[in-house]
Design a protein around this ligand. Structure first.
Ligand SMILES: NC(=O)c1ccc[n+]([C@@H]2O[C@H](COP(=O)([O-])OP(=O)(O)OC[C@H]3O[C@@H](n4cnc5c(N)ncnc54)[C@H](O)[C@@H]3O)[C@@H](O)[C@H]2O)c1
Length: 353
């Protein structure tokens, strides 16, 4: 089958991960060109990767007009994803957007409408879903081995220096980042916790800007009630020296799991535990066993942007929905916007998911 020919829109930091991933997938994909509004960014990308890179205000239109490109990835500031995705889909390209898919629900809905109108693929990069830990826990939940989920938590305790916000120009702004510690950094964990524990029903939260000179929040906490009745918390911050950790936890009536820094830290289900002998502690952490089993059953398992792009390409070839569709990616955005609204208005916010 012919390779899927890609263009990358935005040639900054994360675009490098896109280019490196496409290189690793050269049996099924080809990176044809990149485009960046800043000519110097395009030039430096071209030098680094040896592919054509278009620069300037009209670079995207020129890239989208090309017939030798079937699909684009969006590696631009988050506030631009929606208009660029709509533009790309209308130009007949499949589109894989960086996270968050958009920074408002109206923007996300415009993307979903364009996807339906054009019939092209539209997906979002949530690479944490491809970590073995996430796959193991998702499977255990889906197959009922965790029982009924009763608690689920997502924590991201990272550190970002003031220079990080100052350098990009768009980071920490409402217009282009759409938020701070939650919308930019924690969105991966918010997505993961709702992917594992199910849709969120209501949110009560606080957000604040405590240690940076930025418009958006650098810390937020929220209490969450899931549709299935489970209770949980979300905490995200970029004030945690020296970049402490991330943690996603799921507790069910038949087991529990915690994922720390993307790795499985604890895992237990009653049905998988060996029967306890008399006098022995009945509860055994099964983490080493389930990890070893996963590795044995999935040799060469891929993670990160390579896994995301490989799966996206495969879905386009098979004509099925993108693995993380826009509708799916919109859920984390809705949860985060609910935390902001709850904090601003001092109310509990009910979600429509
Ligand atoms: N998946 C992940 O783990 C991950 C990690 C980092 C960033 N991201 C996401 O990737 C996106 C980009 O982040 P980044 O850190 O690479 O930012 P960046 O600032 O390093 O790069 C963005 C690039 O987009 C270019 N750009 C701006 N406006 C443009 C326009 N109208 N047309 C074309 N190019 C334009 C800029 O010149 C810059 O080169 C954000 O949405 C961010 O949330 C995802």
């Amino acid at each position: 089958m012919a390779k899927l020919r890609f263009g990358i829109i935005g040639a900054g930091g994360i675009a490098r991960s896109h280019a490196n991933a496409l290189r690793q997938l050269s049996d099924v994909a080809e990176l044809v060109a990149a485009a960046d509004v800043i000519p110097a960014a395009a030039e430096s990308f071209q030098q680094r990767f040896g592919v054509e890179a278009l620069g300037g205000e009209d670079a995207i239109s020129r890239l989208l007009a090309r017939r030798d490109i079937d699909a684009v990835t969006l590696a631009t500031p988050s506030g631009l994803h929606s208009e660029q995705a709509v533009q790309a889909l209308d130009a007949g390209k499949h589109c894989l957007s960086e996270k968050p898919i958009a920074i408002t629900l109206e923007q996300a809905d415009a993307m979903i409408a364009a996807q339906r109108r054009t019939g092209k693929a539209l997906g979002c990069v949530f690479q944490a879903r491809y970590e073995p830990a996430s796959v193991i826990v998702k499977r255990a939940v889906s197959e009922g081995r965790m029982g009924r989920i009763v608690h689920a938590n997502a924590y991201l305790k990272w550190y970002r220096a003031q220079e990080y916000y100052d350098a990009g120009g768009w980071r920490g702004t409402w217009r282009m980042d759409g938020g701070g510690a939650l919308m930019n950094q924690s969105v991966h964990k918010v997505d993961l916790v709702q992917y594992l524990a199910g849709p969120v029903a209501t949110v009560k939260g606080y957000a604040g800007t405590l240690a940076h000179r930025i418009e958006t929040e650098d810390a937020a906490v929220a209490a969450v009630r899931f549709q299935n009745g489970a209770l949980g918390t979300i905490e995200g911050m970029t004030n945690a020296l020296p970049n402490a950790y991330t943690r996603v936890e799921v507790y069910g009536t038949e087991g529990s799991a915690t994922i720390v820094n993307e790795r499985l830290a604890t895992y237990y289900t009653r049905s998988e535990a060996p029967p306890a002998k008399e006098g022995e502690k009945p509860l055994t952490d099964l983490t080493p066993e389930v990890l070893a089993r996963f590795e044995a059953e999935h040799p060469g398992w891929r993670t990160g942007h390579v896994a995301v792009l490989a799966d996206f390409i495969q879905s386009v070839r098979e004509g099925r929905d993108a693995p993380v569709s826009a509708i799916e990616a919109r859920k984390a955005v809705e949860i985060i916007l609910a935390v902001y609204r709850s904090s601003r208005e001092g109310i509990e916010v009910r979600l429509s998911q």
